[in-house]
Design a protein. Structure first.
Ligand code: IFM
Length: 535
């Protein structure tokens, strides 16, 4: 029996029924064999764009490719009206909504390997600026406050009572929706990353400039200026770690807000010099002439939690004074299976046990602001205190560990992230809420560990940086990436880093260990590496 099924959406066509029937009829005309061949060719092309091979470790290679397969399967190739939901196309939990997971975890793979899809993902946010305006004004703020659980309309689908207390059966007031202000900064980070990697600044004209400026305006209106300390602080927020809600000066949030302010100032000066007409139009339209000075002030005076005497960055004000206990000790206090550990009254709330990477996420994303010693000290401090209650966590511990050469740890965490949808080893319930399905954020994070972790690939203003540390048993790591519209193939062994300009039109500037190299158009750059044995 052969059965043809079409799935059409009202956002992509005028009449879903007619479109679906047409689609099935066309499929029937082609027939099973031709469709299968088409499918095979499509996946062949996709895997070619990634170009991933791990010589010496078939198990890791399979897991990584399967993970990339899941992420690619959910990607909107044909539209910018949707992004990728938190469970891909695998389940209805989180209402099929789009989260910051897209910008921080999934976007890098597409920006480096399939920029057309990356463009759709970032444009989804640009097209939904209205929802972010509405949310900011609902809470009495200015500018754009992007949703925690973004619907196709750009509105927030998250309810105030998002979880149920399994002891009383009563709904619990959660503040995911109200206090995760970092989402607006994550959106800006995504746009900034996209432009940095692809050099496609045309999105600025299509509304991205407004998004960036309006997110900064939102932070300006949220900020508290502390007289005496002469600094801007961000109070009553929830960072990446959702077990601790409504905290002050979450490190991840504050650093990402500074990045938003910097991106805003950069966009303004770019438009001023390169697109004067548009500059005037945007500044007039948004009434931003005075705001620019406010954002500069915010950029210069925002409070950024610094490493303490032990080089640890405190996750939020007072975090280090919370009860310090092991995860096992915390688990021994559990009364009922699946009881929720976070706010308002879960077991982790007044402790240093965190749900997911927070400071470690900051250090892995904005790595150039911190030394390796700071990264190492924080990794070692937060790792035993992280419960990985979110699938967004293990890949980030792997990423930072790989970036600083803790390769054995990085490998263990990589396998956890890469195999999550093979082993099913993850949290299935938050209270009585079933949260199963596939995990696109972990899938994207897995790609990040391979390329931005073990290979140490980083897009810079005018080229790329590499800093490879391969796990012991890997003989060779291969992958492809795009930068500024050209495609490159990378091959890394223990002592050679090779970059091949497959269709490069321009020279690529490559930095490695403080030295500058160039990969000429269409040629191969071979760098003899010093001993890169991991720890
Ligand atoms: O966005 C995440 C959040 O950080 C942790 N809980 C699940 C959400 C969706 O994946």
């Amino acid at each position: 029996m052969e059965k043809y099924i079409a799935i059409c959406k009202e956002t992509d066509c005028t009449d879903v029924w007619e479109a679906a029937v047409n689609c099935c009829q066309q499929a029937e005309q082609k027939g099973y064999d031709r469709l299968k061949a088409k499918q095979k060719a499509l996946w062949g092309k996709r895997y070619e764009k990634l170009g991933i091979e791990i010589e010496g470790d078939e198990e890791a290679e399979k897991a990584v490719l399967y993970s990339a397969y899941l992420l690619y399967s959910s990607a909107p190739e044909h539209t910018d009206r949707v992004a990728i939901p938190a469970r891909g196309l695998s389940g209805q939990v989180y209402k099929g909504a789009m989260f910051w997971d897209t910008e921080i975890y999934m976007l890098p793979m597409f920006a480096f390997c399939d920029p057309k899809i990356a463009r759709n993902l970032v444009m989804y946010r640009v097209k939904n600026l209205q929802g972010a305006y509405e949310k900011a004004s609902e809470y009495g703020y200015e500018g754009a406050f992007y949703p925690w659980e973004s619907q196709e309309t750009g509105r927030d689908g998250c309810t105030h009572y998002n979880l149920t207390d399994i002891f009383t059966g009563r709904k619990m007031r959660t503040y995911f929706r109200d206090k995760q202000i970092h989402i607006s900064a994550d959106v800006v980070y995504g746009l900034w990353k996209y432009m940095n990697i692809t050099k496609d600044n045309s999105i600025l004209k299509e509304g991205a400039a407004e998004v960036i400026l309006e997110c900064a305006r939102f932070f300006w209106s949220y900020a508290y200026y502390k007289k005496g300390k002469e600094q801007y602080e961000f109070l009553d927020v929830t960072g990446a770690d959702e077990y601790h809600e409504r905290v002050n000066n979450d490190a991840y949030t504050n650093y990402m807000i500074r990045l938003t302010a910097k991106a805003t100032l950069d966009v303004i000066s770019y438009l001023k010099s390169k697109e004067p007409e548009m500059y005037k139009k945007v500044m007039d339209k948004l009434d931003y002439w005075k705001e620019e000075e406010n954002i500069r002030d915010l950029y210069e005076k925002i409070y950024l939690p610094k490493p303490n005497d032990s080089l640890v960055i405190e996750q939020f004000d007072g975090y280090l004074k919370e009860e310090d206990l092991s995860i096992q000790e915390l688990y021994s206090r559990i009364i009922k299976p699946n009881e929720y550990l976070g706010s308002p009254c879960g077991l982790a709330v007044n402790t240093q046990i965190i749900k997911q990477a927070d400071v470690i996420l900051l250090l892995s994303l904005l790595g150039s602001d911190f030394t390796d010693e700071v990264k190492e000290k924080n990794w070692s401090y937060y790792e035993p205190r992280t419960e990985h209650g979110s699938s967004l966590s293990t890949c980030i511990y792997a990423l930072l560990a790989a970036q600083i050469g803790k390769t054995e740890w990085a490998y263990q965490y990589l396998m956890k992230a890469a195999q999550i949808d093979l082993t099913g080893d993850y949290k299935l319930y938050l209270g009585d809420l079933y949260i199963g399905g596939t995990h696109p954020a972990a899938n994207g994070g897995t790609w990040m560990v391979l390329t931005q972790g073990f290979a140490g690939l980083e897009a810079e203003e005018d080229g790329v940086h590499f800093s490879p540390h391969l796990p012991e048993k890997w003989r060779k790591l291969k992958f492809r990436f795009n930068y500024g519209g050209s495609r490159y193939r990378v091959e890394i062994t223990k002592d050679i880093l090779k970059i091949i300009g497959e269709d490069a039109a321009k020279e690529l500037r490559v930095t490695y260990m403080g030295n500058i190299y160039t990969c000429s158009a269409g040629s191969t750059l071979k760098i003899q590496m010093e001993n890169r044995e991991g720890k």
